[in-house]
Design a protein around this ligand. Structure first.
Ligand code: MG
Ligand code: ZN
Length: 212
């Protein structure tokens, strides 16, 4: 019985995601769904990416359970940003995105980046109408995450391994992260980055430019 309820929720979500997708297409928007656990650095990577992609007009939707800190950080970079507070829900779904789309000035942006709620599990289950999903994993989360949370790695077109500046101080096997991620998703593009030092950001930004 429970399985049936869940699959109906996902079917309803898929219909609205398709509606969003048509709208994005009509406006020529490239849409990225950015996912990670809390604290991996989604907002920081967004800041670095926006700085690098001068010439491409970016808009951001910030998903958080509560608060507006991340939207305030992004708005300092003078890009359009809309904050969604889910009020408890641990992921964004297509309907939440659909409801705020009227607030996004489509004619002033080329790329829309949706920062999902920090969570390694269900954000990967809910399409919101994006072109690609991208995930971020901090090295401080440990090297066991791909095998424990395979869906997000399977669904993502790119994996950004963040905070590599901390590698000398922690016992984490970054090669295992990469090997396991590739065993789950052989097509995933992997970038080692540090939002703090800026290492690797250029390669990721170039890749994103190419995807569009
Ligand atoms: Mg954030
Ligand atoms: Zn959730």
């Amino acid at each position: 019985m429970k399985v049936k309820v869940v699959s109906r929720i996902l079917e309803a979500n898929e219909r609205i995601a398709e509606e969003n997708r048509r709208l994005f297409k009509r406006h020529g928007l490239f849409v990225v769904n950015l996912m990670s656990a809390p604290g991996a650095g989604k907002t920081s990577i967004l800041e670095r990416t926006i700085e690098r992609l001068k010439g491409i007009r970016i808009g951001v939707i910030e998903g958080d359970i509560a608060g507006t800190d991340d939207a305030e950080r992004i708005s300092r970079l003078n890009v359009p940003v809309v904050q969604i507070n889910t009020g408890g829900a641990c992921h964004l779904d297509a309907n939440m995105i659909n409801e705020v789309l009227p607030e996004m000035p489509f004619n002033e942006i080329d790329v829309l980046i949706i920062e999902n709620v920090g969570n390694l599990v269900c954000p990967a289950e809910f399409n919101v109408g994006e072109d690609i999903k991208v995930m971020l994993l901090s090295v401080t989360e440990g090297h066991d995450k791909p095998l424990k949370y395979p869906l997000m790695f399977r669904e993502s077109k790119a994996l950004l391994i963040n905070k590599i500046d901390l590698l000398p101080y922690i016992d984490v096997d970054i090669n295992k992260i990469k090997k396991d991620a590739l065993s789950i998703n052989p097509a995933i593009s992997i970038f080692e980055v540090s939002c703090k030092t800026g290492e690797g950001i250029e390669g990721w930004a170039q890749w994103l430019r190419g995807q569009r």
